[in-house]
Write a protein that binds this ligand. Structure first.
Ligand code: NAD
Length: 424
């Protein structure tokens, strides 16, 4: 297997600084007081756990795990679990806060949470990973549950991870608790359409953004950073819509083909090798060069902090659709705004996953499976309705889409706090 680079993120800046800055800006615009800012800044509950692992060779290793519930004023906390060597408590805090705003913006009855284990999954066997997942789940089980906090997949985790989490949680209860996680395999009550939901949502808003800018898909070129659960599907859906996707990348390499990438062939190559590197239908380019290629549409769908003040001035795309969480730093955001680049923010662009997670949780609670067509229709409706609302709010007040989305989200969470009051 190819050796993974040790640092995935382009910048080691702390994403929590960016998340807090965005919140501070929204609170100031809304005219809220310092107490409200403090209330919304502090995670309501967080837990750091040691995750001891017996490796296949019999040695013991102790990993660090986290679960942060940023806010649950609007309902149970909701958010993914990340397995990555870059996971830190501050990263998890930032991601949990972004989940609060995303769920509020999409008007889902959830707060925000995130979890993670500091681990490079590519260096462990499947049996070792199962033990890590089970021990991590058991350590955080006092604070999760279908009415408390519902994990889902994120970087380095998948439907199998969710199956192990659900099984571990259920074993301690003595019965099957399907609603404790979302993103499960369909055989265990996972929703039809969940696996592709984030990517589909990215494509829905990307197409809406093109129409907003008066651009036609068949005359548009795109580059997609990250070829995982979000990036791969997003690239394929954009290509299906007629966009010429000329470059994609993963943590190992970036590849480029001016004629457009053949995704059936690339998919087969990635399934066989685990990476886009070595694909014969395109030329390998420098991994970070992908961000500044002369394309119309850029979809960062890998990790946070990749578009920074060092490269924002060189980005040629007119539209950026944030498939990843937090890919654009605050400093880069200001540069892109001044340059007139339309940035569709993460809390809107990649919300398709949590929308269908909500549908999955609703199906678990109803014990009634929805057909795929219904899931996809409702996903599209919600994505496009949120897009329209955000664009209207941005245009009527001369704000960026991120500012407008943050204001709506922060206002909704604050209203929930106000109507609940403080206990005691
Ligand atoms: P994943 O682990 O399935 O894929 C991540 C991809 O990014 C991999 O192809 C990896 O090789 C690549 N990558 C890592 N570092 C890179 C770099 N520096 N340059 C280029 N590629 C790099 O993870 P995912 O679930 O697709 O998540 C990607 C992003 O989308 C994350 O920010 C995540 O929080 C966000 N997100 C995921 C979901 C979901 O449903 N999975 C929902 C909303 C947001």
């Amino acid at each position: 297997m190819t050796e993974p680079p040790s640092v995935h993120r382009a910048s080691r800046a702390n994403p929590l600084d960016d998340a807090l800055h965005q919140l501070g800006e929204a609170v100031a615009t809304l005219g809220y007081d310092e107490g409200t800012l403090q209330l919304l800044s502090a995670p309501r509950r967080e837990i750091s756990v040691a995750v001891p692992l017996r490796r296949d060779d019999g040695t013991i290793e102790v990993l660090n795990g986290y679960r942060v519930q940023h806010n649950y004023s609007r309902g149970p906390a909701k958010g993914g679990v990340r397995f990555s060597p870059d996971v830190s408590l501050d990263e998890v805090r930032a991601l949990a806060m972004w989940m609060t705003w995303k769920c509020a913006l999409m008007d889902l009855p959830y707060g925000g949470a995130k979890g993670g284990v500091t681990i490079d999954p590519s260096r462990y066997s499947a049996r070792e990973l199962e033990r890590v997942v089970r021990r991590y789940t058991s350590e955080i089980s006092p604070i999760i549950g279908p009415e408390r906090d519902i994990p889902a997949p994120d970087i380095g985790t998948d439907a199998q991870t969710m199956a192990w989490m659900m099984d571990t949680y259920s074993a301690t209860r003595g019965y099957t608790v399907a609603g404790v996680v979302t993103g499960k395999p369909v055989i265990l009550g996972g929703s039809l359409g969940r696996a592709s939901a984030t990517s589909r949502g990215v494509a829905h808003v990307a197409l809406a953004a093109l129409a907003y800018k008066g651009m036609k898909p068949e005359r548009t070129t795109a580059a997609v950073q990250g070829y995982g659960k979000v990036g791969r599907g997003a690239a394929e859906f954009l290509a299906e819509a007629g966009i010429r996707v000329v470059a994609v990348s993963d943590q190992f390499a970036a590849i480029h083909s001016e004629a457009g990438i053949d995704f059936a062939a690339l998919g087969a190559h990635v399934d066989a090798t685990g990476t886009v590197r070595g694909f014969r239908g395109a030329q390998e380019i420098d991994r970070d060069q992908l961000l500044t290629l002369p394309v119309d549409l850029l979809v960062p769908a890998a990790v946070e902090g990749v578009i920074t003040d060092a490269n924002a001035g060189d980005i040629a795309a007119r539209i950026i659709v944030e498939g990843a969480n937090g890919p654009t730093t605050v400093a880069a955001d200001a540069i892109l705004r001044d340059r007139g680049v339309l940035v569709v923010p993460d809390i809107l662009a990649n919300a398709g996953g949590v929308i269908v997670s909500y549908f999955e949780w609703a199906q678990a609670n109803q014990t009634y499976r929805w057909p795929l067509a219904l899931v996809e229709e409702r996903l599209k409706e919600r994505m496009l309705a949120a897009w329209e609302d955000v664009v209207k709010a941005a245009d009527s007040h001369g704000r960026t889409l991120r500012q407008a989305a943050m204001l709506t989200a922060v206002e909704r969470v604050t209203q929930a706090h106000e109507s609940r009051g403080l206990h005691p």
